[in-house]
Ligand binder design. Structure first.
Ligand code: HEM
Ligand SMILES: *[C@@H]1O[C@H](CO)[C@@H](O)[C@H](O)[C@H]1NC(C)=O
Length: 331
């Protein structure tokens, strides 16, 4: 082979390699995925979320929890946004999500604005990941970069929800196992539980701790007594109003800070699963560290754990689809 041919062969091999590598790279999440295809997509979501949270700060909690519930059931593929149809009860209609999950109208507003600007480009799964991040920032929490390029899933079954979303009655071992199943560590679980620094809960998620705790004690001994009395007044024994909601962090309910960890330390964690974080010396130590007045290290750790959560089981490349309407699978 002469030199010219060898050089040509080299160039061809190089190009083939480049095409192969770029196709592999394309099939992964990457920063600023929409830079070329829908410039300003993330800003549109951010403005939509900021407006929504400004007019109703409760919206932020809805969106953060929605992203968590999307990611833990079939990966972060926007499946939580899909409506039920005749013959298929979707994730959002599991009792775990309905009626407590909210904020869908914010995703719709962002999607609509994006479809007007660049039709068929930005996935519902990415919009939800951006919206959760922007909700944290809108309430004074940290902000972080998100790798995007998630594609929308084609499956949403309500029967998948209960077995994948941790229950508020879980103990430390069950919580750790549940997060490990999703590729997240116990430390991630402790860090992400800090999201309970905002938002509300219905009585049914914690009345197990107030009445008939077990055969020897009525009330969970890990509960602060004043806090328990307050909860009992809001959620009376027997049939509390199913619409009553209780703030999870009554001190700063609309501030995305680290006060959750002080709540947990002092017996004001709302769920068994919150108070479970102090039932082991190692996890208790983390709770204490995260409760520091300076908000560090938690404020550093939270974004990193959110990034890991937001990349669970994502669809990329040619997988799934870009839904036109977040409520329905494209026909
Ligand atoms: C560690 C295991 C977790 C358990 C057992 C749990 C359980 C719950 C429960 C039972 C509620 C109240 C639902 C209701 O009755 O209305 C709730 C609310 C909430 N959860 Fe969690 N959660 C966990 C982790 C997380 C994570 C990882 C996040 C996000 C990163 C999160 C964010 C939220 C938010 C923001 C709310 C308030 C929702 C609202 O105000 O509408 N949770 N959680
Ligand atoms: C009831 O709960 C208390 C406090 O957690 C515990 O010490 C006790 O062993 C429990 N009793 C039974 C019968 O489970």
């Amino acid at each position: 082979m002469d030199q010219k041919n060898a050089a040509l062969l080299f160039v061809i091999r190089f190009l083939v390699c480049l095409i192969f590598v770029s196709s592999v790279v394309q099939a992964q999440l990457r920063p600023a995925f929409y830079l070329g295809s829908c410039f300003g997509a993330e800003s549109i979501v951010r403005e939509t979320v900021q407006n929504a949270v400004e007019s109703n700060p409760e919206t932020a909690a809805g969106l953060i929890r929605m992203h968590f519930h999307d990611c833990f059931v079939n990966g972060c593929d926007g499946s939580v946004l899909i409506d039920s149809t005749t013959g298929n009860q979707a994730e959002k209609d599991s009792f775990v999500n309905n009626p407590s999950l909210h904020g869908f109208e914010v995703i719709d507003a962002a999607k609509q604005a994006l479809e007007t600007k660049c039709p068929g480009i930005v996935s519902c799964a990415d919009i939800l990941a951006f919206a959760a991040r922007d909700s944290v920032a809108a309430l004074g929490g940290p902000r972080w970069p998100i790798r995007s390029g998630r594609r929308d899933g084609l499956v949403s079954r309500s029967s998948d929800v209960l077995s994948n979303i941790p229950a508020p009655t879980f103990n430390l071992q069950q919580l750790t196992q549940n997060f490990n199943n999703k590729g997240l560590s116990q430390e991630d679980m402790i860090t992400l539980s800090g999201a309970h620094t905002i938002g509300v809960s219905h009585c049914s998620s914690f009345t197990n701790r107030l009445y008939n705790f077990n055969s020897t004690t009525q009330q969970d001994p890990l509960l602060d007594n004043d806090f328990a009395n307050k909860l009992k007044a809001q959620c009376p024994n027997g049939n509390p109003n199913p619409n009553t909601v209780v703030e999870m962090d009554s001190l700063t309910p609309f501030l995305f800070d680290n006060s959750y960890y002080s709540d947990v330390r002092f017996g004001r964690g709302l769920f068994t699963s919150d108070e479970a974080l102090i039932t082991d010396p190692n996890t208790k130590q983390q709770v204490q560290a995260n409760s520091a007045f300076t908000q560090f290290p938690w404020r550093f750790k939270f974004p990193l754990a959110m990034i890991r959560m937001s990349e669970i089981g994502v669809l990329t490349g040619q997988q799934g689809e870009i839904r036109k309407n977040c409520h329905v699978i494209n026909s």
